[in-house]
Design a protein around this ligand. Structure first.
Ligand SMILES: CC1=C(/C=C/C(C)=C/C=C/C(C)=C/C=O)C(C)(C)CCC1
Length: 319
């Protein structure tokens, strides 16, 4: 009885850490389960499930950007709500214009921003202001390294999608060389930052482990199945958890429900557009090109808002 009581108090005191550990273990378990499952599912069905996963959970994690923007400005207001919406729509439209008129530059910008956004998600630490530039460069290089590893294992398919988006032929994308340079950059910048920060040193092991898990995923799975597994389980879910903590203070059933409720409109619009495109476009590569172009348009403002949110959260907690 006494043991149960002590255990209960321990659970209560450590709920947050236990919850974080559990969600990490669950993600690892799900990752390996999905890798195993892929052996029994055709490539076409893997792609379909991958796109549905991205649409269901991946898109949700960007569907609360406006609510976060509103929260960053200090809560509920009316006059700047419209201003914020206008700003958001202009960035999305601006991104779409760049993507349509200058697709090669648009795609390059999308990949660079995504790299920073992914790295920023994995490495959430308050670093001394004297190393901020190196820190951002490191986060960007780490995220780009993740994408580089994915592209290395699926070069031909990536090349076909890139050529369809840009309407240009690229006989060589240099993904292996670029990934190697990124690896060296991560090592170099990482060694420098490790000398500057104790918190950084403490995060190295975990992020190195993630990199090994991602490499296994990308090696074993097809492009879309692998990307969706990474994007949903390792990027979107932890990002949703963080956004919930920012918006509602803590994670529980109620706050998760509130989060999904406030995502509904934006999410339905984005998923509806993607579903119509999937149904209307018979060509596989053209659909993938359009899918990633749509994703790019929403990534531009999303990256900015999430970076601001993380900065605000770090200010609250302190270095
Ligand atoms: C996987 C993949 C690509 C890149 C996708 C990226 C970079 C997605 C980023 C999404 C983000 C950051 C969403 C918002 O959170 C390419 C180059 C289009 C080619 C085909 C395969």
């Amino acid at each position: 009885m006494l043991f149960c009581l002590i255990f209960f108090v321990f659970l209560l005191n450590n709920f947050n850490e236990l919850y974080m550990e559990t969600s990490l273990h669950l993600r690892i378990l799900l990752t390996f389960f999905m890798l195993w499952l892929a052996n029994f599912i055709s490539v076409e069905n893997q792609q379909l499930i991958g796109f549905v996963g991205i649409a269901l959970l991946g898109i949700v994690h960007g569907a609360n950007d406006l609510t976060i923007g509103q929260h960053l400005k200090g809560g509920v207001a009316t006059s700047w709500e419209v201003k914020l919406l206008m700003k958001y729509i202009s960035i999305v439209l601006g991104g779409m214009v760049v993507f349509t008129l200058l697709p090669s530059y648009g795609l390059l910008l999308f990949i660079l921003l995504s790299g920073y956004h992914f790295g920023n998600q994995h490495w959430t630490l308050a670093m001394p202001s004297s190393v901020q530039r190196f820190w951002m460069l490191f986060q960007g290089s780490y995220g780009l390294l993740v994408l580089g590893i994915l592209f290395c294992f699926h070069e031909k398919e990536v090349q076909a999608i890139v050529e369809t988006i840009t309407q240009k032929s690229y006989p060589e994308l240099w993904v292996h060389e670029i990934t190697l340079i990124l690896g060296v950059l991560v090592l170099g910048l990482g060694s420098f930052l490790a000398q500057q920060s104790e918190a950084f040193r403490a995060s190295i092991g975990r992020n190195l482990f993630y990199l090994i898990v991602f490499t296994l995923i990308f090696y074993h799975a097809g492009l879309i199945w692998g990307f969706s597994m990474y994007f949903v389980l390792w990027h979107s879910v932890p990002s949703i958890q963080e956004q919930i903590r920012f918006l509602y203070g803590k994670e529980n059933v109620h706050s998760w429900w509130s989060y999904f409720k406030s995502s509904a409109l934006y999410w339905s619009l984005a998923v509806g557009t993607m579903a119509i495109a999937y149904w209307a476009i018979a060509n596989d590569t053209v659909f993938k090109a359009l899918f990633f172009s749509l994703m790019a348009a929403i990534t531009f403002p999303h990256t900015l808002i999430i970076a601001q949110m993380k900065r605000a959260m770090q200010k609250k907690v302190g270095p």
